[in-house]
Design a protein around this ligand. Structure first.
Ligand SMILES: [Zn+2]
Length: 128
């Protein structure tokens, strides 16, 4: 019992430290929009690979990435060729091939994501 009483003056100090840390963390949580927390969160559209791209941000980075026709804004459809390249077609523009990419369709999305992140790193973002 003597040991616990001799250490008791430390507890108010620990409590105060945790209270202060908790207060600052709490204020930080309230001031932060979880959907806007990543950097460049306003950067959600750009022209890449010959198409228009739009996306959202989450804690992992780029999400909901989609590509659109630069002329009519129709969402593009992916078609894979026999030679294993992917064509991104606008159905509204008479199945016009907007852009092609070697490899499966997912590679185009990976390439677009890499380019978005590269532009973020180099801060070569489009002027809004
Ligand atoms: Zn189109």
């Amino acid at each position: 019992m003597d040991d616990s009483q001799s250490s008791s003056p430390v507890w108010p100090l620990v409590f105060i430290v945790f209270a202060v840390v908790g207060l600052f963390c709490g204020l930080d949580v309230f001031s932060r929009d979880p959907h806007k927390s990543p950097p460049y969160s306003d950067y959600t559209a750009d022209s890449l690979l010959g198409a228009k791209w739009r996306w959202d941000w989450n804690v992992d980075g780029v999400t909901n990435l989609m590509c659109y026709c630069p002329e009519c804004d129709m969402q593009l459809v992916e078609h894979c060729d026999i030679d294993e390249s992917s064509n991104f077609i606008c159905e509204h523009c008479n199945d016009k091939v907007v852009f092609s990419r070697k490899g499966p369709a997912g590679e185009a999305f990976n390439a677009a994501t890499r380019e978005i992140l590269r532009r973020m790193r180099t801060e070569k973002l489009p002027q809004s």
